[in-house]
Design a protein around this ligand. Sequence first.
Ligand SMILES: *[C@@H]1O[C@H](CO)[C@@H](O)[C@H](O)[C@H]1NC(C)=O
Ligand SMILES: *[C@@H]1O[C@H](CO)[C@@H](O)[C@H](O)[C@H]1NC(C)=O
Ligand SMILES: *[C@@H]1O[C@H](CO)[C@@H](O)[C@H](O)[C@H]1NC(C)=O
Ligand SMILES: *[C@@H]1O[C@H](CO)[C@@H](O)[C@H](O)[C@H]1NC(C)=O
Ligand SMILES: *[C@@H]1O[C@H](CO)[C@@H](O)[C@H](O)[C@H]1NC(C)=O
Ligand SMILES: *[C@@H]1O[C@H](CO)[C@@H](O)[C@H](O)[C@H]1NC(C)=O
Ligand SMILES: *[C@@H]1O[C@H](CO)[C@@H](O)[C@H](O)[C@H]1NC(C)=O
Length: 926
Amino acid sequence: MESSKKYKLCSCFYLFLFFLTSVAADPHTESLLSLKSHLTDNSNSLKDWFIITQGVSDKALACCSWSGVRCNQDSTSVVSLDLSSKNLAGDLPGNEFLVFTDLLELNISDNSFSGEFPAEIFFNLTNLRSLDISRNNFSGRFPDDNGNGSSLKNLIFLDALSNIFSGPLPIHLSQLENLKVLNLAGSYFTGSIPSQYGYFKSLEFLHLGGNLLSGNIPQELGNLTTLTHMEIGYNSYQGVIPWQIGYMSELKYLDIAGANLSGFIPKHFSNLTKLESLFLFKNHLSKEIPWELGQITSLVNLDLSDNHLSGTIPESFSGFKNLRLLNLMYNEMSGTLPEVIAQLPSLDTLFIWNNYFSGSLPKSLGMNSKLRWVDVSTNSFQGEIPQGICSRGVLYKLMLFSNNFTGTLPQSLSNCSTLVRIRLEDNSFSGVIPFSFSQLPDISYIDLSRNKLTGGIPLDISKATKLDYFNISNNPELGGKLPPHIWSAPRLRNFSASSCSISGGLPEFASCKSITVIELSNNNISGMLTPTVSTCGSLQKMDLAGNSITGGIPERLAKLPHLTFLDLSYNNLSGSIPSDKVFQSMGKHAYEGNANLCGLPLKSCSAYRSRKLVSVLVACLVSILLMLAATLALYYIRQRSQGQWKMVSFAGLPHFTADDVLMSFGSPEPTEAVRASVSKAVLPTGITVIVRKIELLDKKKSVVLNVLTQMGNARHVNLVRLLGFCYNNHLVYVLYDNNLQTETLAEKMRRKKKDWATKKKIINGVAKGLCFLHHECYPAIPHGDVRSTNILFDDDKMEPCLGEFGFKYMQHLNKGLVSSTANTADQMNVIRTEQQKDIYNFGQLILEILTNGKLMNAGGLIQNKPKDVLLREVYTENEVSSSDFKQGEVKRVVEVALLCIRSNQSDRPCMEDALKFLSEAENRFK
Ligand SMILES: *[C@@H]1O[C@H](CO)[C@@H](O)[C@H](O)[C@H]1NC(C)=O
Ligand SMILES: *[C@@H]1O[C@H](CO)[C@@H](O)[C@H](O)[C@H]1NC(C)=O
Ligand SMILES: *[C@@H]1O[C@H](CO)[C@@H](O)[C@H](O)[C@H]1NC(C)=O
Ligand SMILES: *[C@@H]1O[C@H](CO)[C@@H](O)[C@H](O)[C@H]1NC(C)=O
Ligand SMILES: *[C@@H]1O[C@H](CO)[C@@H](O)[C@H](O)[C@H]1NC(C)=O
Ligand SMILES: *[C@@H]1O[C@H](CO)[C@@H](O)[C@H](O)[C@H]1NC(C)=O
Ligand SMILES: *[C@@H]1O[C@H](CO)[C@@H](O)[C@H](O)[C@H]1NC(C)=O
């Protein structure tokens, strides 16, 4: 009691003192208190900024003991203020700083200070050596005195990284003779780099990256012979790289990436004999890499990726004794990968993907340096994988996909225990898979699809405890059986082995927790699908189509909470499809081709059973009835019987009858009611639908109805919904969802230019819709008529819906242009050809969207147009010249379009890949 009273008394006393002395405190202390009162201090970081003791000595400053404040030895003046990372905010009052004429260091980094940066700090703190205002929210212009010369004669260090300054770069700084570090990166400075920036006397570090700078890079920068670090990229300059940069003999680090530069790499760079890092990626540099570049033997990191460089890799690169990173990806380079690259003693990362390289990889690649990451994918390499690629024992990513590699996979890869990711898909590798998975403890991603491998899947694959993705699909002669414990691999999410001639049964689904995707279509798998499959709680997709699986469909499959795709078609399954609605939602095509399977969505089992029972009887009667039937049929055909109207409506919709539909046409004679091929009708339930009329041609009814059913079961956000159809022997009325806007993409584009985000969304949506039709439907449904007038929108969110899909193809069947027996080679060929057309048209559609409708059906035209010209045209149309992050994206999308319209069909990507490229485009530039 006693003591707490005393304490209260005391604090009152201090408070009293505070008020008393605050009036009379020294000017330094007073300024700081005033500064504190101006700021928002949400974390109470300045809680010790008050006066507690009365003048220990008259001269000593009261503030010297405060946090962040440092005084000189006799405490008569403040020499350093460190307010960094104190969660302070508010405007900084400049006049409170005027008294700190002895201040040497001021650090207010990493707060939320806003407003203009006070000029007083610049022009009155004449002794300041170090000023750190980085990571704040200062805005407006950076203080500049228009060339009168700053009084900060002693300033050595100035860091203003990451603020929101705008306007031109301050010119006067170049007169600070002692300045060694200048960082103005990460704001919104505009205009060009002042030529005066070539006159810094002592500058060692210059960072202007990530602003909105434009204009030419001044050649005067070449005068900065004391500079060791220059980062000026991520701006949008004009013109070329000034060759005078070659004079900056002390440079160790040069980064002008993402800077919109054109022209070529100056050979004068060879004089930068101390350069360790050269980053010029993401520009428009063209021509060959100068031979002289190889003379910079100090280089450690060389990244020239994402330009238009052509020609070959210079032999002079043999001089790069210290080179660790060589990145030339996304260029137009050709020739072979020279032996000298394989000889480099320090190389650890080799990225040359997406060029036109050919020939074999050097045999010694990987033997002379600790190679960690090799990516040579998407070139035209051939020959074998170098035996010693992992011989230094550190290789962890090996990307060789989409080349023309042949031969067997080297045995040595099996001992390459550091491997994490290996992508060899889309080559012509043959022989057996040599991996011993118990020796690959870290492997997580393996894609060997689209090769010619044999000898089955290694049985110890389940020992790969970190394996997440495994794809070996489309190795038609692979053979073998499924590894017994595959489903219990602890991390395995994707297992794809479609079209691999795999036989034997499905392994037991025991402790099957992680598997999400199982793709095993088109193999010779037999045996049953056991109910234990229900232990695979993460399963989303299971495709077992085209095998010889017998037995029933386990009811417990329906218990899998995430299952959204199931395809059991074309097997030998029997019995009834369980009645759970999960099974119905998979659509009819998921079960077709199983002769002894019945129940919804196939034919109901009662019909099936009774049919079976009476089949013997029927057989006896057939011969008699046949004669009668033939006579009757002849009679009816003469009458051109229209037959009964029937209605098919697809899942999730109110059922209506054929009569409902016909009534809504408002005429007793429906044949005449709908004259136009497309019209609207209001059903009795109040639903408005779009109706499309198809006249059935001779004997093609069942074929057309089959395709229509398949189309109706194809549900996807990017496809117009087909609600159902009603038909008789002569006519089909197809009913479509009417909840869409009437304006098509073509009309929308004509009316108003779309911004880039919207265009991206439309292109992606269309790609997803097509990808679904081509790859998720079995057999695939070719769209047949991809163009902007067939694209509608669900609402104002600009999510595209593809209309008319499947129609052209169906009409082909209707007209008998295609053999109509299901799944014949002929039909598959037609589907494939039509798919190719879709991909081509998709490419054309992208160009149409990117050019706001200017380039329509321009596939043929574009092939003769230089890519530069096209790109420039597209950039202009999309107004992307200034913001370069978008430009990268736009370029990639154009590239996808160009791939899709390649004249050689086999060079075009499938829709799955096109979609993947598009999303890569998006991710790369995030
Ligand atoms: C300023 O403070 C930050 C955060 O404490 C620190 O990282 C930085 O190095 C300081 N600046 C100077 C120039 O000392
Ligand atoms: C900085 O300024 C931006 C834009 O004015 C604002 O969105 C952001 O919230 C501010 N940040 C802080 C930490 O005050
Ligand atoms: C601050 O600097 C400006 C410009 O150099 C000068 O005109 C002014 O008198 C200075 N103010 C003080 C209080 O020293
Ligand atoms: C120098 O400063 C004075 C005022 O301090 C100003 O009037 C003058 O315009 C400045 N000089 C230049 C070259 O801008
Ligand atoms: C600076 O560079 C320019 C152009 O490169 C040159 O004309 C000028 O003489 C150089 N100035 C100095 C002081 O070196
Ligand atoms: C490069 O160095 C050579 C020889 O030292 C010299 O003659 C030439 O002028 C230099 N060029 C540049 C751009 O620095
Ligand atoms: C792959 O090799 C085959 C046969 O050697 C050749 O016809 C084909 O054009 C090559 N493909 C590529 C992409 O180089």
